[in-house]
Design a protein around this ligand. Structure first.
Ligand code: NAD
Length: 487
């Protein structure tokens, strides 16, 4: 399905970079070079944006709902047809544990394309506000929703299909054209999408462009391009700030999905064993490389030692392991750079007075690949940097709380507000605590909020706007009011 080197998708054609440059994509579990991807230059990006602009301004794409729905369903079919290859690719390129590819790492976002096709068909594109006489002028008023235009979609490496498709799906369903710039660590997942879009769908030239590059500067160039109408960005909060600054120059719409340091609250009436075991599993899934992963575990002070013991015991059983194995929960981290970043935080945690109840570094039995042991940090103050900043590795920090009010205060005392979890014996009480968390999503007693129809996003420095759901679709729309004079 995918050529090596993988091509760019520019204006409907699968092409190499104009200057022929390529860059390697690496298996993080083995450090093996999987192959190469076209390394786009500024000139290639320029062609992609020009093609997207032409397709939006000069074709019927933006108004043809039936064509859009058909193309999205064709794309879903193509991705389904190649699911086995894509599964292996995702495991190898992103280091994603196999079990996750049956959910958010592959199958779920592929199926979600159908939800966006259905939504485009059923959506109320126009609302009749009826007749009114503002300032004595009889008028027939109508509100029309229209696509925003050319969308720059810039994505990270941790859930490549989920995040690429959660942007491409609703953006195209809404009638926009897209330039997708994926992370340099996972170019093949994006190139596979571009290849299937070109070869197995009727998507008109220029509607979807996929520009892989080893250079982060290409992302910066794309979001600053005056021909782009809307920037849809997922990545770190630091980069999100740079994106917003760049977009300010032309006052583009920006939609940001950023980092998190979400809290897992165990209330004093919870089943401690069940809650802490679940927190351990949730915290190190995909080596903790999920923006919404709950990495601050808040437990009742008088049961702190017991909670540490349960959590550490579970973490000790959770790997890290070969992502190809069905039973692996915690695979490798994506790169040497990411492993080094996690290790800096582990050192910092010790300097800040923390201790490791388990893990704390690289596993002794692996000399290839980028690995960190599932780690539980105890003894930190809630305001320690390692307890407040996003680590993006398989590292949980456990903190004591003195009851529901205190737990809520600690959870909310964060620059982030992406997600959270509450476990308690009394569902009413757990629900009430969940409502007090200032986050975009909350799980109560193991509930799963992930789904095509559920808006996902953050409060505070975790982002602006929502992805998925009707709210996510509407991020890609403009609103126009039309008033017609009448008698
Ligand atoms: P990153 O911010 O380094 O990079 C993300 C993307 O932005 C990449 O494609 C990169 O090339 C591009 N980029 C880099 N500099 C840019 C610039 N100045 N202008 C425009 N684009 C630029 O993030 P990452 O390391 O790839 O991913 C990890 C981060 O992503 C974590 O902080 C994580 O929490 C966050 N994340 C958030 C969500 C969410 O939905 N909230 C989901 C997944 C990951």
């Amino acid at each position: 399905m995918l050529a090596d080197p993988s091509p760019l998708l520019l204006d409907g054609r699968l092409v190499p970079a104009a200057d022929g440059r390529t860059f390697p994509t690496i298996d993080p579990a083995t450090e093996e070079v999987l192959g190469h991807a076209a390394d786009a230059s500024a000139g290639d990006l320029d062609r992609a944006v020009a093609a997207a602009r032409r397709a939006f301004d000069g074709t019927g794409w933006s108004t043809d709902v039936a064509l859009r729905a058909r193309c999205l369903r064709q794309l879903r079919e193509a991705l389904r047809r190649h699911a086995d290859e894509l599964r292996e690719l995702t495991i190898r390129e992103a280091g994603a544990p196999r079990f996750l590819t049956f959910g958010a790492q592959l199958d779920a976002p592929v199926e979600d394309l159908g939800w966006f096709a259905d939504l485009a068909e059923s959506y109320a594109w126009e609302t009749d506000l009826g007749r009114a006489e503002p300032m004595g002028m009889p008028s027939l008023r109508r509100v029309v929703r229209e696509p925003a235009g050319v969308v720059a979609a810039v994505t990270p490496w941790n859930f490549p299909h989920q995040i690429n498709l959660a942007k491409v799906g609703p953006a195209l369903a809404a009638g926009n054209t897209v330039v997708l710039k994926p992370a340099p660590d996972t170019p093949w997942c994006a190139a596979a999408l571009g290849t299937l879009a070109a070869e197995e769908t009727d998507l008109p030239p220029g509607v979807l462009n996929v520009v892989t590059s080893s250079d982060h500067a290409l992302g910066a160039r794309l979001v600053a391009d005056p021909r782009v109408d809307l920037v849809s960005f997922t990545g770190s909060t630091a980069t999100g700030r740079a994106v917003m600054r760049a977009a300010a120059e032309h006052l583009k719409k920006v939609f940001l999905e950023l980092g998190g340091k979400s809290a897992f609250l165990v209330l004093d009436d919870a089943d401690l064993k069940a809650a802490c075991s679940y927190a351990a599993f949730a915290g190190v899934t995909h080596a903790g490389q999920g923006c919404a992963i709950t990495t601050r575990l808040l437990v009742p002070r008088d049961r702190y030692d017991e909670a540490v013991e349960i959590t550490a015991r579970t973490l000790g059983r959770l790997g890290p392991g070969d992502p190809h194995d069905d039973s692996t929960v915690c695979g490798p981290v994506i790169s040497a750079r990411q492993r080094d970043r996690v290790e800096v935080y582990l050192e910092l945690a010790l300097k800040e007075g923390g201790r490791f109840a388990c893990g704390g570094g690289r596993p002794a039995d692996r000399d290839r690949g980028f690995w960190i042991e599932p780690t539980l940090v105890t003894g930190l103050a809630a305001d320690a940097r390692a307890a407040r900043e996003e680590i993006f590795g398989p590292v949980l920090v456990v903190l004591p709380h003195d009851g529901d009010d205190d737990a809520v205060a600690i959870a909310n005392d964060s620059p982030y507000g992406l997600s959270g979890a509450v476990h308690g014996g009394d569902p009413d009480r757990a629900r009430a605590v969940a409502r007090r968390l200032r986050t975009g999503t909350v799980s109560v007693n193991g509930g799963v909020w992930y789904g095509a129809d559920v808006p996902f996003g953050g409060y505070k420095q975790s982002g602006i706007g929502r992805e998925m759901g009707v709210a996510g679709f509407e991020e890609y729309l403009e609103t126009k009011a039309i008033a017609e004079g009448t008698t």
